[in-house]
Design a protein around this ligand. Structure first.
Ligand code: PMP
Length: 411
């Protein structure tokens, strides 16, 4: 993304890129103001789950999804190394042809055990898991009732399946019920919810929503990407925390967050679930995950089953950061800490980018998030905590926010 439009070639006639001109202009205006490109950071060296070298400087990482800090776990690394040596660097094939190795099955077994569910299916990413499951089960003539703030992969799954999309206001139980009531008798219905919404870090009222969805005869899919490993007594997510895990039909998740690698999955108790392996195109028509990746994922998932101490420490970090930032005068996405994500609301993109840069110069990396990823046109500095952040590190983070916030004039 460093190459801005250099004038060596002129765009051809009928340029299909012209639809991006507004965005190109916004970006160039921002960069012309002298701020560093927040979407072009390079980690030159990664030292631990919470530290990396960025721009030649050791930086605290507060903008990764490494919630449980598994990326450098010695058992996880060892499992990956072993699989790399024994099974090679990649499978070079689809799960339904030559791409199912023993490791893929072991990873699915670990997921079944982790969630206490009958079926588990591993995809190459969480994005593909949503795309595949949603597009395959909700087709033309079916209705998908979903929270308007749903992740892009959920919307893309709906579009690919050609179902009718019926969005409702974020976390609004009544609005959801109203939409369900209006769906024609006899039509197929799928309600899609997320445990934790990743932009503001808020949790869905799953208990009420799942009960209503069931009352209207809808199937329910919950994306637990940001809650797996951390929320719930056994880290099974918000479904576990709110006691609805047995009522949901599908849980979607990812290995790219608490699990600490890459990949996606769906778990379910549906008796016919296994047919998905033959009919789900984003599962069939792509290569399976490398053996080293599924080995690291399986090891990490099994360790997360015993992660109670890490979960407790991560909650402590979330509470401390939330309170500290509130006391400093920052406006946050939630009144109370609800997850490992603490979103700091910026007045506008320009000051958000200035604050992001000021923090980076302090030695702190957070995520700058802006529309269309964010709701209501907000610019956010998203802080995501890790179970490996020490209590002292959280205090250091707070003092960095104080200095940067005062320098930029936000507090
Ligand atoms: N669902 C949600 C809610 C997400 O936030 C994300 C990724 N940010 C995904 C799915 C996709 O996960 P992956 O990175 O494995 O593609």
């Amino acid at each position: 993304m460093t190459d801005t439009i250099t004038a060596t070639h002129t765009p051809p006639a009928g340029d299909l890129f012209s639809k991006f001109d507004d965005l190109i202009q916004t970006r160039e205006t921002l960069l012309a103001s002298g701020v560093e490109d927040p979407f072009n950071l390079v980690m030159e060296k990664v030292l631990s789950p919470t530290r990396a070298v960025c721009n030649g400087r050791e930086t605290i990482l507060l903008g990764t999804y490494n919630y449980m800090g598994m990326t450098f776990d010695p058992d996880v690394l060892e499992a990956g190394r072993e699989a790399l040596t024994e099974f090679g660097s990649g499978t070079t094939g689809s799960r339904v042809l030559n791409g199912t190795y023993q490791g893929h099955r072991e990873c699915e077994d670990a997921l079944k055990e982790f969630y206490g569910m009958d079926h588990a299916m591993v995809f190459s990413t969480g994005y593909q898991a949503n795309l595949g499951i949603i597009a395959t089960i909700a087709g033309k003539g079916d209705y998908v009732v979903l929270d308007i703030d749903s992740h892009a992969s959920i919307y893309d799954g709906c579009a690919m399946g050609n179902a009718e999309i019926v969005p409702f206001r974020h976390n609004d139980i009544e609005a959801m019920e109203k939409r369900l009531r209006r769906i024609p008798e006899g039509a197929g219905k799928l309600v899609i919810l997320e445990g934790v919404y990743s932009m503001l870090g808020d949790v869905a009222p799953l208990k009420e929503m799942v009960a209503i969805a069931k009352q209207y005869g809808a199937m329910v899919l919950v994306d637990e990407a940001h809650s797996m490993g951390f929320i719930g007594e056994n880290g099974r997510g918000v479904c576990e925390e709110q006691g609805v895990i047995d009522d949901v039909d599908f849980i979607i998740g990812t290995f790219s967050k608490s699990v600490g690698t890459v990949g996606g999955f769906c778990v379910s108790n549906h008796p016919k679930f296994d047919i998905m392996r033959l009919v789900c195109r984003p599962y069939v028509f792509t290569a399976s995950l490398p053996p080293s990746v599924v080995a690291t994922a399986a090891t990490s998932i099994r360790k997360l089953m015993h992660g109670a101490n890490k979960r407790a420490h991560l909650w402590e970090n979330s509470r401390t950061l939330h309170k500290g930032l509130t006391d400093l005068g920052f406006e946050l996405g939630t009144k109370e800490p609800q997850s490992a994500i603490v979103a700091v609301i910026m007045p506008d993109l320009e000051r958000g980018a200035m604050m992001w840069e000021a923090l980076l110069k302090e030695g702190l990396y957070v995520n700058l998030a802006r529309p269309p990823a964010t709701p209501a046109g907000m610019t956010l500095l998203r802080c995501s905590l890790c179970a490996e952040h020490s209590a002292e590190e959280v205090q250091t983070v707070l003092s960095m926010f104080e200095r940067a916030g005062k320098a930029v004039g936000i507090i």
